[in-house]
Design a protein around this ligand. Structure first.
Ligand code: ZN
Ligand code: ZN
Ligand code: ZN
Length: 294
């Protein structure tokens, strides 16, 4: 079902709510939620038949949590695993009928989005804890995060991924890798590979994202996989911030041409020449993860 970009922060109750319906939902601060000063956040949704994630479908990334649903009464996002939620619409339980399944990042990588979103222990909604006020809780008083884990709300990002890869030429290696970039320059690059053969292999993985003005941002990683008797699985997760992404953001959003290549026991130079021939005219190369290649 793709992404929804109508999730906002309410400045009266600090709750995370869906503003794309005619009703802005009942607010514990009185009346309906008020997003007039908040940004737009992007959230991935499914049809409810299986969990979906704000990371690419099919990948398990340590640090995501399912069980989050939209409440049709208050429009808020709440945690269904605890039965004790309180809805500001009627002070009864939230109602997740008709909701898609949402999975939230637990904040292990602040570069990706805005952290300091927390779950209220009293009403079970996701709320923004980064302001001096902790909002208004339908259970009374302000929301209570009680130092539970912070979540990340992603807003405005570019996502790129390889999908599932299986190496050919008799090399029985499978895996996938993926990344994100954000307008503030934040990035994340990660993936996993599995070696099905008895002998160890090194896997070199490279991703390149080209902007409309021809600037290419590269992400590279080399992974050593054991053979039989060794560790045949490997994964990586690298994040940071690079101002070059922020300054090229408008051009990246206009046209993000993506190319990638991954091979066993291979230099990055070989991958780079494959990618260069696929990606067309290049004006500048910027190494975001790993060095830039000429
Ligand atoms: Zn509100
Ligand atoms: Zn509700
Ligand atoms: Zn609350």
């Amino acid at each position: 079902m793709g992404n929804q970009i109508s999730w906002r922060r309410c400045q009266k109750c600090e709750g995370f709510f869906f503003s794309g319906n005619q009703s802005q939902g009942a607010c514990a601060g009185g009346g309906t939620h008020d997003a007039s000063k908040g940004g737009f956040y992007e959230v991935s949704v499914g049809d409810g038949s299986k969990p979906v994630s704000i990371v690419p479908t099919g990948y398990t990334i340590p640090g995501t949590e399912g069980g989050w649903r939209w409440c049709k009464k208050c429009q808020g996002l709440f945690f269904t695993t605890n039965p004790s939620g309180v809805c500001p619409a009627d002070h009864k339980a939230h109602d997740d009928s008709g909701s898609a399944h949402h999975e939230l990042f637990v904040a292990h990588s602040y570069a990706l989005g805005q952290a300091l979103w927390r779950r209220c222990n009293k009403c079970q909604v996701l709320f923004y804890s980064g302001n001096k006020t902790q909002g208004v809780c339908p259970s009374g008083g302000s929301h209570d995060a009680n130092a539970n884990k912070p979540y990340i709300a992603l807003y405005d990002y570019l996502r790129f991924d390889t999908g599932e890869i299986a190496f050919d030429n008799g090399v029985s290696i499978t895996g996938a890798y993926y990344g994100y970039m954000r307008p503030t320059g934040g990035y994340w690059f990660g993936g996993h590979f599995h070696n099905g053969l008895p002998i160890p292999y090194d896997v070199s993985a490279m991703m390149a994202v080209k902007s409309s003005s021809g600037k290419v941002f590269t992400f590279t990683h080399k992974l050593s996989l054991g053979g039989w008797g060794g560790d045949q699985d490997g994964s990586w997760s690298i994040s940071g911030t690079n101002p070059a992404i922020a300054s090229a953001w408008d051009d990246l959003k206009k046209d993000d041409h993506v190319a990638w290549d991954a091979q066993a026991n291979c230099d990055f130079g070989v991958l780079w020449s494959d990618i260069k021939s696929a990606i067309g005219t290049i004006t500048e190369v910027i190494g975001i993860v790993g060095a830039a290649l000429a």
